[in-house]
Design a protein around this ligand. Structure first.
Ligand code: NAD
Ligand code: WQD
Length: 337
């Protein structure tokens, strides 16, 4: 079966393309490269020995997207394309609503027009209200604290409504926790533009000297060492979760939502310690003030994914730290030559 992957050149998209190719799927990717480079998928082709037709188009361009569906017999779509920086979404809310909502609606429309009625959507743990108790399960109360989160919340609703209107539709909404790490080859990984948004790229960039030190955002939270706890998940586990979601799509109709997390939380200082130990280095770091908007603890209840997707995260914190560092060392400037 041929899978359309929007945002396929991005961090999670490229790893998912690789996982799908290795499982025997064909993949067609579209990406406007606003936060990625076509180089990632060239490397996926090298690693797998398979071709990935890649269209440099915006998902919001209905005519261009329709041509992709006309040129390929697509069985289902995975929709990664979107803007994802929380801070930027607060500064430029309209860009986020415009890009993330319109791309989702255009994709649904073009899929419907071409009779492709199966979609996996990249949602986020950020759609859960901060009032829930941990671990978070899929029935938790919803609510967001920033425009990025609301775009994910709204896209979930749009997909749900669209799928409800036609009983042949099947949709899987995947709520990711904190994706980190890279493919063990070190050929593909996370290549943030400019200043990173997330902890792991800050750690790896500090370790290689691009940054002077890591600032740990607060050590007075009610956790075992005072620093925030998150559910970090290896990007290859996440990629394999998408393959499991496709199996589910093929066997069901309607909309279902799943957490993709490990169910285990680690603190910022746990991450620093694990990174130092696994990679045999010292990471310059200091405690700074809290980051506004952070919650103390966030981790998944992965029971539903285990039971219905038959998927579980297998890789360890050591794997995450070793693979992230391997990628950073081999590609100090990401995909830039
Ligand atoms: P990424 O930025 O690396 O990948 C997104 C890709 O989409 C990029 O290649 C970008 O160029 C492309 N894109 C954006 N808008 C587009 C458009 N209108 N048309 C075509 N291409 C477009 O991000 P990622 O980390 O790989 O995230 C993938 C998805 O998962 C996103 O939807 C993100 O919101 C979601 N997600 C990510 C995380 C995370 O921490 N990385 C957590 C939860 C959810
Ligand atoms: C992790 C922990 C920081 C950087 C974000 C989005 C969420 C989802 C995943 C998309 C926190 C601490 C970080 C640093 C630090 N993305 N930290 N020093 O905030 O859990 O989630 O990414 O859907 O929507 O909000 O991830 O990687 O930013 O932070 O101490 O330099 O690391 O305070 O506790 P977060 P993160």
């Amino acid at each position: 079966m041929k899978v359309l992957v929007t945002g396929g050149a991005g961090y999670i998209g490229s790893h998912t393309c690789l996982a799908l190719l290795e499982l025997g799927y064909d993949v067609v990717a579209v990406d406007n490269f606003c936060n990625s480079s076509p180089e990632s998928l060239k490397r996926v082709e090298e690693l797998t020995g398979k071709k990935v037709p890649l269209y440099g188009i915006d998902v919001r361009d209905e005519a261009a997207l329709d041509r992709v569906f006309k040129e390929h017999e697509i069985g289902c779509a995975i929709h990664f394309a979107g803007l994802k920086a929380v801070g930027e979404s607060v500064e430029k809310p309209l860009s986020y609503y415009e890009n993330n909502l319109l791309s989702t609606m255009t994709l649904l429309k073009v899929m419907g027009k071409n009779g492709v009625k199966k979609i996996v959507f990249s949602s986020s743990a950020t759609v859960y209200s901060t009032e829930n108790v941990m671990p978070l399960n899929e029935t938790g109360r919803m609510g967001c604290t920033n425009p990025y989160g609301w775009t994910k919340f709204m896209c979930e609703e749009i997909i749900r409504d669209y799928a409800k209107a036609d009983p042949e539709w099947s949709a899987v909404l995947l709520r990711y926790f904190n994706p980190v790490g890279a493919h063990p080859s070190g050929r593909i990984g996370e290549a943030p533009n400019g200043i990173p948004n997330n902890l792991m790229p800050f750690i790896t960039q500090t370790a290689c000297g691009v940054r002077k030190e890591l600032v740990v955002f607060g050590d007075d939270y009610p956790t075992h060492d005072g620093t925030c706890v998150r559910d970090y998940i290896h990007v290859m586990d996440l990629a394999e979760g998408h393959a499991a979601a496709i199996d589910y799509l093929m066997a069901h109709t309607g909309t279902e939502v799943f957490n993709l997390g490990t169910g285990v939380g680690y603190s910022v200082l746990d991450m620093v310690k694990a990174f130092e130990e696994v990679n045999g280095l010292q990471l310059p770091h200091r405690i700074g003030p809290r980051r506004p908007g952070d919650i103390a603890v966030c981790y998944a209840d992965p029971t539903k994914s285990r039971a219905l997707l038959h998927w579980t995260a297998k890789r360890t914190l050591k794997d995450m730290c070793a693979d992230a560092w391997h990628w950073q060392q081999l590609n100090p400037r990401g995909y830039e030559a």
